[in-house]
Design a protein around this ligand. Structure first.
Ligand SMILES: N#Cc1ccc(Nc2nc(N)cc(-n3cnc(CCO)c3)n2)cc1
Length: 288
């Protein structure tokens, strides 16, 4: 279900850091198109050799992404297996992970920009929900920015949802604890029973990140304290904007059945987008 890419057609360039269980590199892949060599910028995700039992989950994530296509889903070109190295070859997204971008832009990102990104994520969640596909790892770190968006020249941001990576169902409890508060509480209890609603919980956490300058929620808490956060049914600190706080709170309902559908999320985001003008400039809406 996806292309096998020859190791000799790949070139690893600079290291870009690491995800969990993987190292990521900028690189290029060479194709022969109509008899001529063509180089494409790629992002190479190399699975650490020591996690043998994860490689089927690694490739499941890759094949999930290559079986469906959507403008806001990352393009996975294929995989390359070479000696003990398992490599996922994906499109290189120009501006990288959203959490790092937001931290770099510290607070200088307009509310309309944030709502636009949130809406794009809600749309791809709706697409996955209609296909009954659970992503399982929605977070600002896994949203990639293909276009920065610049209101002064009228361009808007464009995001791509990255592959889900290794599923918490195979990683074990310590990684699942580390993914609090992105991983839905029910997933922690019984990883194999999780359903569509778990992506809604993570959407709420990601929305919180987007409106908190890309800061990681519950940073600095150790795994035990993170577990207590769930045991005590605690909520993340609410943003001042009450309608936004309501949406985050509804997504991060401990009872999965009470979380909104993706259509409900889109509806509520649309009302935030229209009400957004009061926040920007009360006078503006008077003339709108
Ligand atoms: N400076 C800089 C810079 C860095 C990276 C990219 N591009 C890119 N493309 C992808 N397909 C995936 C990622 N990526 C980043 N972090 C993760 C791990 C967490 O998901 C994945 N980055 C562009 C610019």
């Amino acid at each position: 279900q996806f292309q096998m890419i020859r190791h000799e057609d790949l070139r690893l360039e600079e290291s870009l850091g690491r995800g969990s269980f993987t190292r990521i590199f900028k690189g290029s892949k060479t194709d022969i198109r109509e008899g001529e060599r063509q180089n494409t910028d790629v992002l190479l995700k190399v699975l650490d050799g020591s996690y043998k039992n994860c490689w089927e989950s690694f490739f499941e994530a890759a094949s999930l992404m290559s079986q469906i296509s959507h403008k806001h889903l990352l393009l996975v070109y294929g995989i390359s297996v070479h000696r003990s190295e398992n490599i996922m070859v994906q499109e290189f997204v120009k501006y990288g992970a959203l959490d790092l971008f937001l931290r770099k832009k510290q607070g200088s990102v307009p509310v309309s920009w944030k709502l636009d990104v949130a809406k794009q994520l809600a749309c791809v969640l709706n697409f996955l929900e209609e296909k009954k596909i659970v992503h399982g790892n929605i977070s600002a770190k896994n949203l990639l920015l293909a276009r920065e968006g610049d209101s002064s020249i009228g361009t808007s941001p464009f995001i791509k949802l990255s592959d889900p990576g290794i599923s918490v169902a195979v990683t074990g409890r310590d990684v699942a604890l580390d993914r609090i508060p992105w991983v839905a509480p029910e997933v922690l209890e019984a990883p194999e029973t999780w359903g569509m609603e778990c992506d809604k919980w993570s959407f709420g956490t990601t929305l919180w990140e987007i409106f908190n300058g890309g800061k990681a929620p519950l940073q600095g808490l150790d795994p035990q304290q993170k577990l207590m956060f769930y045991e005590n049914h605690e909520q993340l600190p609410s943003p001042k904007w009450t309608e936004l706080a309501d949406l985050i709170g509804r997504c991060m309902e401990y009872d999965p059945a009470l979380r909104p559908s993706s259509r409900g999320i889109i509806r509520q985001l649309n009302s935030l987008i229209t009400s957004d003008y009061e926040l920007l400039d009360p006078g503006l809406s008077a003339h709108a």
